[in-house]
Write a protein that binds this ligand. Structure first.
Ligand code: AMZ
Length: 278
């Protein structure tokens, strides 16, 4: 079956730059970022549940706060404040194992000129290809990274720079399927297993911190970033500008995802973006 016509055929020009510029990502000789390029990319998060932009607490679908019933408008607002990337999660999709909020994601892609990464229910090559063909800059693979790691390798080979692995963990052990399933897999072991696969980034979420506004797990994220050469993006618990600065000042973390703190005003996106290039 033919893939849908790309909405954004120019996506190649909007592909990630920060990950390759990350000074200590371990890719041999580091290029220092220019003054206008942030040392760490801030990804505003739009988590989608039943077509709305929500935030959960510790990933619990029964503890959802609806922040916007028009996620594309939310995306436009983030971009208007200067966001250079968006982080999208199809929460229903993560539980269902297949995309559920696809129409809303397409509306966001159509509304926004900046690259977006999307996770949640992306579990096969056809879905990966379909999203990338429709203008998504990067897919995030979580559950399949544990259950079918060869798919991650195949996808990373087929789509260089466009495949990220989402590693979501409690007490250092990876959780899958909407974080409802616990595994014995250690975060560092999973991350290292993709070391030579051409994965663009690892997005590491400390579930105990997620949505809780108690601060990110800086030490664990930095330790992971030092253990692998793949750029690591921190997720979960970011509650203040000071948290972002602390992540950046480790010198090894390529990006940070923030959701609730942006929605409730604890972080001013414009000010945070300015601080990260300063
Ligand atoms: O909050 C949750 N319960 C949750 C969540 N945010 N469950 C999954 N996810 C996100 C992961 C990753 O980005 O952080 O979904 C993605 C993984 O989905 P999948 O279907 O590949 O496991």
């Amino acid at each position: 079956m033919a893939l849908p016509r790309p909405i954004k055929p120019d996506v190649g020009s909007r592909l990630p730059r920060a990950v390759t510029l990350h000074p200590r990502a371990g890719h041999g000789k580091a290029r220092l970022p220019a003054a206008t390029e942030p040392a760490m990319i801030l990804y505003p998060a739009i988590d989608l549940k039943d077509g709305q932009a929500v935030r959960l607490v510790h990933g619990d679908m029964d503890r959802a706060t609806v922040f916007n019933d028009d996620p594309a408008a939310q995306a436009r607002a983030f971009v208007a404040e200067g966001a250079q990337w968006l982080h999208l999660v199809d929460l229903n999709g993560a539980f269902a194992g297949a995309p559920v909020n696809g129409a809303v994601v397409e509306a966001i892609l159509a509304a926004c000129p900046v690259p977006a990464q999307l996770g949640g229910g992306i579990r096969d090559m056809a879905t990966i290809e379909g999203w990338l063909a429709r203008g998504l800059a990067r897919v995030i693979l979580g559950t399949v990274a544990v259950e079918n790691p060869d798919l991650v390798r195949d996808a990373a080979r087929a789509f260089p720079g466009q495949v990220a692995v989402g590693i979501d963990a409690r007490d250092g052990r990876v959780a899958t399927k909407g974080w409802a399933t616990e595994t014995d897999v250690r975060v560092t072991d999973l991350a290292r297993s993709f070391e030579d696969a051409g994965v663009a980034a690892i997005i590491y979420t400390d579930i105990a911190r997620d949505g809780a506004m108690g601060g990110p797990n800086v030490a664990a994220t930095a330790a992971l970033a030092r253990a692998v050469s793949i750029p690591v993006i921190a997720s979960g618990g970011v509650a203040s500008l000071a948290d972002l600065i602390a992540l950046r000042d480790t010198g090894v973390i390529a990006g940070a995802i923030s959701g609730r703190a942006l929605y409730d005003g604890a972080i001013d996106l414009r000010a945070a973006l300015a601080a990260l290039v300063a």
